[in-house]
Design a protein around this ligand. Structure first.
Ligand SMILES: CC(C)(COP(=O)(O)OP(=O)(O)OC[C@H]1O[C@@H](n2cnc3c(N)ncnc32)[C@H](O)[C@@H]1OP(=O)(O)O)[C@@H](O)C(=O)NCCC(=O)NCCS
Length: 219
């Protein structure tokens, strides 16, 4: 499978948004139908200051492109160059800001954990929020996640990048392995967002990223 990365533009979202939501729902093992609930939120995110998105596009055979599993992820021009290109990965984020729910949850969690006010201000004042990073299961483990992240974070003006990810008591999964390898450290652990009983971790690292990830591995 040949994979290339492409910057996704907000104005082309009618082409890539549905395939990207399909990658997200499959990668996260969410029930089919979650796409429709998330679509308005992802569209609203596109309008936020500093929004940026990167896609990983795979070239597949015409027969594969016509298969049911690929149809939901097929891309049209101008995002795709040909009919046999499908989306296999998506990463996006935007500049964090005080009026955002996620920022308020982070501040609340840090306060609750006893962090001093000036520390909270330093952490939560100037960062890029890595909102989504997903690679379709058929393409995971080949280094695509690291390449998406590196491209997304290149030349960002913010002082740091922050993300939240589910805690994984079973041990490091692909997401945790990737974040640790890319230098993400704990900001806050075992936080429960309002409305979601699962514990999450906030992780972060300073920007810029100085080292590139390993080249994509053969599987
Ligand atoms: C997390 C994710 C984006 C990473 O993308 P990817 O292309 O699979 O990433 P990589 O190929 O770089 O692999 C990531 C790490 O997982 C490790 N890994 C590979 N197979 C693994 C397995 N079966 N179990 C655990 N770790 C594994 C790799 O060795 C790599 O670790 P390293 O960076 O220390 O070498 C992708 O796996 C994914 O979408 N997962 C499901 C959704 C998700 O968790 N998204 C993040 C939510 S915050």
């Amino acid at each position: 499978m040949t994979v290339r990365l492409v910057d996704l533009r907000g104005q082309d979202s009618r082409i890539w948004l549905e395939p990207a939501l399909d990658v997200y729902v499959t990668a996260m093992s969410y029930p089919d139908g979650t796409q429709a609930h998330r679509a308005p939120l992802w569209r609203e995110h596109i309008t936020r200051p500093g929004w940026r998105a990167v896609g990983a596009i795979a070239h597949v055979t015409p027969r594969e492109a016509a298969a049911p599993w690929a149809i939901a992820r097929r891309l049209n021009a101008p995002v795709a160059r040909a009919d046999d290109e499908i989306l296999v990965g998506i990463a996006y984020g935007y500049r964090g800001a005080r009026d955002q729910w996620w920022n308020q949850q982070l501040r609340h969690g840090l306060r609750h954990a006893g962090a001093p006010g000036d520390y909270i201000e330093r952490v939560a004042a100037d960062y890029f929020e890595l909102t989504e990073l997903h690679v379709h299961p058929s393409a995971q483990g080949a280094g695509i996640g690291g390449h998406l992240l590196t491209r997304l974070l290149a030349d960002r003006p913010e002082a740091s990048v922050l993300l939240s990810t589910p805690e994984n008591p079973a041990g490091p999964n692909r997401a945790w392995s990737l974040y640790r390898r890319m230098g993400f450290a704990d900001v806050l652990r075992n936080f429960t967002f309002a409305g979601d009983p699962r514990p999450f971790a906030f992780l972060g690292r300073p920007l810029p990223l100085l080292s590139a990830p390993e080249p994509a591995r053969r599987r």
